[in-house]
Design a protein. Structure first.
Length: 193
């Protein structure tokens, strides 16, 4: 559980005008579990389950550095999130994926079902664009610590226990971990970190 109150994330941010919504991402990214991502270079074959916790904490460290940049709260290109918005998204991704891993492990191999999560709706509802860069870095660090600990727990056959996303996409604890590492890697690429 995060020590940072997400409602307070925007509390000390300067008052800003609501930007135009970023076009929603409707792609099915599950193909990154089978082949290299040409945009960020992620290779699913390079992800071992033992490295998932390290990949999570490394991504959090790199995001913290990216959030120190002077323009981290500014959309430098029209229709593209700022670094702080990507950071808020990453914090939420860490929480959602860790919750999904928990559901898989709680199912004891009988199969888990994941509730729908609309990342684009979350960005609008939580007003990511108003977030403070420092608080966002702390939020990522805290959620990454929880995630890294959770992803260090599965053993043996638990890595092959199944989970089903609301759109029908099937995962195992192993493939969900790789999917999370891709998400982190891709968003670090998005912010140039």
């Amino acid at each position: 559980m995060s020590q940072v109150n997400p409602a307070a994330v925007a509390a000390d941010a300067p008052s800003v005008e609501t930007p135009e919504p970023v076009e929603g991402d409707t792609k099915d990214w599950t193909w990154v579990l089978e082949r290299r991502c040409p945009e960020c270079g992620f290779d699913p074959a390079s992800v071992s389950v033992e490295r998932i916790p390290e990949a999570i904490t490394d991504a959090a460290r790199r995001f913290a550095l990216a959030l120190e940049q002077a323009d981290a709260g500014v959309r430098t290109r029209q229709g593209v999130w700022s670094t702080v918005e990507y950071g808020q998204h990453v914090a939420d991704v860490l929480e959602v994926m860790t919750d999904r891993l928990g559901l898989i492990l709680e199912s004891a191999g009988h199969g888990a079902e994941f509730a729908d999560w609309d990342q684009d709706a979350a960005a609008v509802e939580k007003e990511y664009f108003k977030a403070n860069t420092h608080v966002t870095a702390i939020l990522i660090k805290e959620r990454a610590a929880v995630a890294a600990e959770a992803w260090a727990e599965p053993e043996g056959e638990q890595w092959d226990w199944p989970g089903l996303r609301s759109n029908g996409a099937q995962f195992t604890a192993r493939s969900l971990g790789a999917y999370l590492v891709h998400d982190l890697t891709h968003h670090l690429h998005d912010v140039g970190a």
